[in-house]
Design a protein around this ligand. Structure first.
Ligand code: ADP
Ligand code: MG
Length: 198
């Protein structure tokens, strides 16, 4: 099973575009894009999963688990809409089911990685843990991005790897990527993104 969780440092940072770019790199494979909680859109409007599929190509299946109209964190948006929240185990189950019919499942989060999905404060990181899936973090390019990846030390030497995470700078390509991210793709499908020197 190959599931990749796509998160970021916030909203409007490029998660959907990066999800589409990864999906587009697998034109000859069955790819699913799962958006567990789509906030800020009314019924019928194209969501992030549909947008990623539109950008990447017809080989992509777009799936949404829930939609909440207000542009808020999933837990808040669900509560204010009077709808049940999306739980991490539901995200994991949906991704696992999609993985039985697809070669790659991309799960796009809402906002940043630690945004709340339910009243217990669960996050997309909990779903990633249940799935044992790597997390790709989309972040602004630049020096501050190293703080997100934990890659830079003050003396300029490379920081310790952050297993399972990958940092993509918007407009500047990939800044860093841990080996846990590289391996599953490198083995079966070729490397999706280049890794900076560790
Ligand atoms: N690498 C990029 N260069 C320029 N614009 C980008 C890039 N990535 C995303 N964008 C634009 O930034 C906006 C937010 O991107 P999006 O992928 O929807 O972010 P998110 O999913 O994190 O909310 C969109 O208008 C998108 O077209
Ligand atoms: Mg998005």
């Amino acid at each position: 099973m190959t599931v990749l969780v796509v998160s970021g440092t916030g909203t409007e940072i490029g998660k959907t575009v990066v999800t589409a770019a990864v999906a587009a790199a697998f034109q000859d494979r069955r790819v699913a894009v799962l958006k567990p909680a789509q906030t800020g859109l009314a019924p019928g409007e194209p969501g992030d999963a549909a947008e990623a599929a539109r950008l990447a190509g017809a080989h992509v299946t777009a799936v949404e688990l829930a939609r909440f109209p207000e542009p808020l964190a999933p837990e808040t948006a669900a509560r204010r809409a009077g709808l049940p929240p999306v739980r991490p185990y539901e995200i994991a189950e949906a991704a696992q089911k999609l993985a039985t019919e697809h070669d790659l499942v991309l799960v796009e989060g809402a906002g940043g990685l630690l945004v709340r999905y339910d009243g217990e404060g669960s996050t997309l990181a909990d779903a990633a843990r249940l799935l044992a899936a790597p997390v790709l973090i989309v972040a602004p390019a630049g020096l501050a991005g190293q703080g997100v990846s934990g890659r830079g030390r003050r003396d300029g030497t490379p920081a310790r790897k952050s297993p399972g995470s990958c940092l993509v700078g918007r407009g500047a390509g990939v800044l860093g990527c841990a080996s846990a991210m590289r391996n599953p793709f490198a083995r079966s499908t070729g490397t999706v993104v280049d890794s900076a020197d560790e």
